[in-house]
Design a binder for this molecule. Structure first.
Ligand SMILES: Nc1nc2c(ncn2[C@@H]2O[C@H](COP(=O)(O)OP(=O)(O)OP(=O)(O)O)[C@@H](O)[C@H]2O)c(=O)[nH]1
Ligand SMILES: [Mg+2]
Length: 263
């Protein structure tokens, strides 16, 4: 059997990762696509995500804090390394479900996922080459040119760490006005429009820095096009699916309805 296609959802704290995973999983299921949801965040409270496989079965942030007298950040760091020790058990649970797609929600703070060595081992063990990173842009930051560039840099940074194909997603697009949304999409599609917006927005000494940074980003990842989505309104799900599918399928689009009729 072919390995499932695995999508790791990452982004700044509160960007909307868990909500998006849940909405996308529901969309996939309603389309007849077979999906497993994995929660790798040991710190979530509550059950909004409703994962099929939950790291909290093995590693729980509150237990670590109590047992070792750690603060929330210390416990997160300890947890990140403990998750790596349990990852083969998680992998076995994923394999038993035999889904075509695996959606992985990652810890709230992006650096816990992106900047710990353990995370690379986790991704290697869970999915190897059939992996995509979805980097979620929070509209609270993405709506200003400076915030947008910061998120592009962060996304490029995460991509550089994992060396995996990355799809940039605008989360919570329903929170932006049509004009704001049009701006953000234009910045993502047309580097010169972004460069101009940054120039208008920042004092002179910063322009050179921004310009150089923007050039570096566009050299690194030629396609920075952002996909607008909303978990609240369940929009943008199919384009996101198609973007992942292009990575997994090496370029071919697969219509979800077609995939469903092959069940
Ligand atoms: N309007 C709107 N709000 C959203 C949407 N998605 C998430 N939110 C809200 O944004 C906040 C954060 O959402 P989460 O899904 O918990 O974000 P997260 O990235 O998983 O957060 P952490 O894991 O805590 O870092 C919550 O208050 C959600 O209700 C959306 O599509 N539209
Ligand atoms: Mg979350």
């Amino acid at each position: 059997m072919e390995e499932p296609g695995t999508v790791y959802f990452t982004g700044t704290a509160g960007a909307g990762k868990s909500s998006f995973v849940r909405a996308f999983a529901e969309w996939m299921k309603s389309t007849g696509l077979d999906t497993t949801v994995v929660n790798l965040d040991p710190g979530i409270e509550g059950d909004d995500l409703q994962p099929d496989i939950d790291i909290r079965e093995w590693v729980r942030l509150s237990d670590l804090q109590e047992e070792y007298g750690l603060g929330p950040n210390g416990a997160q760091v300890a947890a990140a390394d403990m998750i790596a020790l349990k990852i083969f058990e998680v992998r076995q649970a994923v394999q038993e479900l035999k889904s075509d797609y695996v959606l992985v929600d990652t810890p709230g703070q992006v650096e816990l996922f992106a900047f710990r060595e353990a995370s690379k081992a986790i991704v290697d063990a869970l999915s190897g080459d059939r992996s995509v990173l979805a980097f979620l842009f929070d509209p609270a930051l993405a709506r200003t040119p400076g915030g947008f560039v910061s998120l592009l840099l962060l996304s490029a940074n995460v991509e550089f760490r994992f060396r995996l194909p990355t799809v940039n997603v605008l989360a919570k697009a329903d929170l932006l006005s049509p004009a704001q949304l049009a701006d953000v999409i234009a910045w993502s599609d047309q580097p010169d429009v972004l460069e101009e917006a940054v120039g208008r927005d920042t004092p002179t000494p910063d322009v050179q820095l921004s310009t150089e940074l923007l050039r570096a980003i566009s050299t690194m990842s030629p396609s920075t096009s952002l996909l607008p989505t909303s978990a609240k309104e369940s929009t943008g799900m199919e384009p996101f699916y198609q973007a992942c599918q292009r990575v997994f399928g090496g370029g071919d689009d697969v219509e979800p309805s077609h995939a469903a009729s092959n069940e």
